[in-house]
Design a protein around this ligand. Structure first.
Ligand code: COA
Length: 339
């Protein structure tokens, strides 16, 4: 799937928001549960701590708070939204969490639905939302990336549990007038044949329904990951898709203001930057504080960089998400911010 060159209207990125749980779990605390230590986790991943939702907060709360802070930044009322699109692999209702957020926000004119593409979910949702804006059927959309992977991590598996955390991020997009379009391009990819190296599979547990008839009880097994395979996939595919995207738009990597990658591992961020010959000073990173928050990493990082005045109006950003599926994608856009 590739961006069409011609569109009815363009896309503008006007507001961001994010929310994190209050509870912090440091590497030292994790070492009380599994055979690990701060030095190993910091050196191999760059992660120092992560946030985990506790009993006083909920997944919906995070999504709501992230949405509210984005709406406040843009000075938009919730009733002006046409779409609430939630990228998540961990909804608190398998029928969809987005409608509950839409209702809580009072976004009564918006259609709301979930989209699942693991850690690539936010980027896939951004591109999906852009299609509605470009074809003129919608004017204002809220895109959320949020995950509560702490519910699905095996906290006794040191090879994976050290990586993940919970968070929510939000982005407001608007159709733009005239010829201006801040979404310069995108590329999205999937390869289900390699999906076994990172999964959150259904638990196959059959029960008797009646007589000899059976039914499968719902449920999922904890996350299973082959870290080395995922690492190799990321450092190979992410530079390739970014190079491809930049080349197709005749953009030199040096002219980028920021590289906004899915925050999975500091070594992956560095390897991608090196492959693209982009200075590490242009690589946005906050994974030391949050770990891998799946669909939330990109909007959470974007929001922090905007609020800290790093990303400013007109900045050219190359973003890439990657993860389970396997799925990966890249988008090239300019930040506009609130008018
Ligand atoms: N603490 C201490 N030791 C650990 C450990 C931990 N948390 N996890 C693994 N180890 C040990 C292993 O058991 C192994 O020991 P051994 O040599 O005695 O067998 C050793 O450290 C090396 O393990 P390895 O798996 O080769 O480490 P690595 O350098 O590949 O790093 C990851 C592991 C998971 C950090 C790395 O592979 C990675 O980040 N992969 C990508 C994962 C990812 O991003 N997933 C989400 C994608 S969206």
């Amino acid at each position: 799937m590739t961006a069409k060159q011609k569109s009815i209207s363009g896309v503008s990125f006007v507001g961001s928001g994010s929310a994190i749980p209050a509870q912090i779990i440091t590497n030292d605390q994790l070492a009380l549960r599994v055979d690990t230590n701060d030095d190993w986790i910091s050196t191999r991943t760059g992660i120092k701590q992560r946030r985990v939702l506790g009993p006083d907060e909920s997944f919906s709360d995070l999504c709501f708070q992230a949405s509210i802070s984005a709406l406040e930044m843009a000075k938009w009322g919730p009733e002006s939204l046409d779409l609430v699109l939630l990228a998540t692999s961990t909804p608190n209702d398998l029928f969809g969490s987005a409608p509950k957020i839409q209702a809580k926000l009072g976004a009564k004119n918006a259609v709301a639905f979930d989209l699942t593409a693991a850690c690539s979910g936010f980027l896939f949702a951004l591109v999906t939302a852009a299609q509605f804006l470009r074809n003129g059927s919608m004017k204002r959309v809220l895109v959320l990336g949020a995950d509560q992977l702490s519910s699905w991590v095996d906290w006794d598996d040191r090879k994976s549990c050290v990586l993940f955390g919970d968070a929510a991020g939000a982005l407001l997009m608007e159709s733009s007038e005239g010829n201006s379009d801040d979404l310069l391009g995108f590329k999205l990819r999937s390869d289900g044949s390699r999906g076994d190296c990172l999964n959150l599979f259904e638990k196959r547990h059959f029960q008797t329904l009646v007589n000899t008839n059976m039914y499968q009880q719902g449920g999922f097994s904890p996350i299973q990951m082959n870290g080395q395979e995922v690492y190799k996939f990321a450092v190979r595919e992410v530079p390739l898709i970014l190079q491809d995207l930049l080349k197709s738009h005749q953009i030199d990597p040096e002219s980028l203001d920021w590289l906004l990658l899915h925050q999975a591992n500091k070594r992956i961020l560095d390897a991608v930057a090196d492959r693209l010959r982009i200075s590490h000073s242009k690589v946005l990173s906050n994974l030391a504080n949050y770990g891998n928050t799946s669909a939330a990493t990109i909007p959470l990082m974007l929001d922090e960089a905007v609020r800290h005045g790093k990303i400013v109006q007109g900045d050219l950003i190359a973003s890439s998400g990657f993860g389970a599926g396997l799925s990966w994608g890249a988008a090239l856009f300019r930040w506009h911010g609130p008018s």
